[in-house]
Write a protein that binds this ligand. Structure first.
Ligand code: ATP
Ligand code: MG
Length: 195
């Protein structure tokens, strides 16, 4: 039996908060590995234009290259239509029913878990791992039958929203994203056209 972490997100772009969340969740819960799963077309972000998923994936691969026990996954890349975490959880569970799945979410995402599509899939097939996020109050369990763990990381007031703004303005990204991911972002000219 494997203890499998699943860390989904838009990663538009990946940043040091994501790195800290993934490795600290792995450590705190003794996870055998963590899958970092970029959403191709996140249903909660239908109103905004995202960087192409292959660019987001390339930055993620650069960011997590050489990080022990963490793998970037293509699980949500080929599924048509809006991306739902419930589909991914069901797929992972069906592929390896003996694994124990830990769904890693930041405190902001954790507070609206019950509004996600088919929340009972997350409740019944995963343990939710809530990672602290700077300036965000930590929610409790979404309901009585949920399994929840909490992981505290040093507060990193970093967000992809701020990084997109910085990239568009030509402001420095150093210290906020892994250097290899910054190189990838710059080589591909990402976010240059956003104001
Ligand atoms: P955006 O500003 O575009 O929403 P984001 O920085 O919130 O981007 P997401 O891709 O939305 O990044 O987040 C993926 C996951 O990582 C979510 O569960 C989110 O809560 C978590 N996360 C993001 N930033 C941090 C951070 N600084 N500390 C802890 N968790 C974080
Ligand atoms: Mg977010």
């Amino acid at each position: 039996m494997h203890r499998l972490g699943v860390f989904g997100g838009t990663f538009d772009p990946v940043h040091n908060g994501h790195l800290a969340a993934a490795v600290n969740a792995r450590r705190a819960l003794a996870l055998d590995r963590v899958l970092v799963v970029p959403a191709r077309d996140p249903w909660q972000k239908q109103d905004r234009r995202l960087a192409p998923v292959e660019d987001r994936l390339a930055m993620l691969e650069a960011a997590f290259d050489g990080v022990d026990g963490v793998e970037v996954s293509r699980l949500e890349l080929d599924r048509p239509g809006p991306t739902y975490t419930a589909d991914s959880v069901e797929e992972l569970h069906a592929a390896r029913p003996e694994d124990e799945i830990f769904l890693i979410v930041g405190a902001d995402a954790a507070s609206d878990l019950e509004t996600w599509d088919r929340p009972e899939v997350m409740r019944d097939f995963t343990t939710i791992v809530i990672v602290s996020r700077a300036d965000i109050a930590e929610p409790g369990a979404p309901g009585p039958r949920w399994r929840v763990e909490h992981v505290r990381i040093p507060p990193l007031a970093i967000s992809s929203t701020d990084l997109r703004r910085r990239a568009a303005a030509g402001d420095p990204l150093e210290g906020l994203m892994p250097p290899a991911a910054i190189r990838c972002l710059r080589e591909r000219g990402l976010y240059a056209d956003r104001g």
